[in-house]
Design a protein around this ligand. Sequence first.
Ligand SMILES: C[S@@+](CC[C@H](N)C(=O)[O-])C[C@H]1O[C@@H](n2cnc3c(N)ncnc32)[C@H](O)[C@@H]1O
Length: 219
Amino acid sequence: MELPDDFYERIKERLYRRICRELQLAKRLLDIGCGSCKLDQLLADRNGTHVIGVDISNAKFPENKTRSGGIQCRKRNADNLTFLKDGSIDAVVSVYAFHEMNNALKVLKEAHRVLQRGGRLLIVDFPKASLAQRLWNENYYTRSQVASMLRQAGFIDVESRAIFQGQLIWALAWKAHIEQEARHQTIPHQVRRSCYKQRVRAAAWKGSLFARQAPTIST
Ligand SMILES: C[S@@+](CC[C@H](N)C(=O)[O-])C[C@H]1O[C@@H](n2cnc3c(N)ncnc32)[C@H](O)[C@@H]1O
């Protein structure tokens, strides 16, 4: 069935709600390639998240540019985030921007560095050969290319799925809690096979991760 040209506009609200649900426990969040920060405003309003949006261009930043109701925008290349300390962020998100990053692997390594242990990263992007390809014809990745880059950058438990009739990639990955996880790129097999894993993750998110304080930023 032919999809309408405004397909992505039509799914935008549902997509944003889904992202808000996925990241609801994060208190300190980094948005890579934030653009106009619309999603960030929603995350701040709905979830009470402190959001740092970085974008290589400040052309679309909200009016007051640097700070607007729980969000801070920084004009930066996402492959060099030295203003953020190691482990200072609970979750990283990037929507419709990953395919534009010139040095994608370096961006992922930076995201991994700034994430605290047990933190998660979510990439939402257009896949190769999607409607986006017909509309804008940019260089998109496949789901497996994104997954493989995430693993290369050191993430574990990588899941890269197709959502919204295959028109989007939804890639989730974690920074390991402990060295053993990082070495094996996952938690042990017998643990993975039960729901225990989910509970461990959820408990970690609830318990240890999220102090209600703003991220540490050096200027
Ligand atoms: C298609 S826009 C998406 C904006 C926003 N995330 C959204 O969903 O509306 C992609 C954004 O990625 C930004 N971008 C591209 N390369 C970047 C880089 N290396 N570092 C930071 N931002 C980058 C662009 O400036 C642009 O604002």
